[in-house]
Design a protein around this ligand. Sequence first.
Ligand code: MF3
Ligand code: CO
Length: 256
Amino acid sequence: MPIEIKSAREIELMTEAGRILEIVHNELGKALHPGMSTMDIDRLGEEIIRSYGCIPSFLNYNGYPASICVSVNEEVVHGIPSTKRILKDGDIVSLDAGVIYKGYHSDAARTHGIGEISKEARKLIRVTRESFFEGIKYAREGNHLFDISRAIGTYAESFGYGVVRDLCGHGIGTKLHESPQIPNYVLKRKGVMLKAGMTLAIEPMINMGTWEVKWLDDDWTVVSRDRSLSAHYENTVLITDGEPVLLTLTESEGQA
Ligand code: MF3
Ligand code: CO
């Protein structure tokens, strides 16, 4: 599939989809507390998304049963919210959400600590976020797609972390998943050349231990194979001929 170049009007709509998703993440981040269930997060997230006239894009996507993916500790991505899963002090929780605004998608993820978390967990969350920013140093017209992949992977591995290989970032637009796939690890090939108007969801998933993952019996939840902690950080990014535009991170640079 060719990679779509978005028109000015499409970029306008994706900018609004991104702005709303940023608000969703900021609100969810503030609401997190020990004692809440992962289902509470999903309910609140869906309510906020709909209050902006958006549709939660994950809900019923390939049968996924919720609006927010909530992945706790060794869960990498696609954790299914449950009233029985209660967050406790010291947990780390990755929230992944997507919205559709007037037919256009945005997609973003953040990892938060609940209460007091270990120094090691804090470092994993920080490095995962930093690896995204290492990647987007290369996210501009004229560079190659796998320049982004290489920068993310090299940075995360320099801390001895495992970079998840079974899941990738992706193009995004009128569909949640468009071409191209965006790996987070070093490749020998260069990948396609980046062009202004491409919109990409760049999403490093980083494990404290091995990069290997497995799927739980629910067929959704991905966990690290060695059950080590895992973090996820994602933004929807617009490629330009200069600095990339982070559609899902406009004002809260300091936010986790
Ligand atoms: N950010 C994830 C992705 O890009 C979200 C998809 S979860 C699903 O793959 F529930 F929608 F499948
Ligand atoms: Co994504």
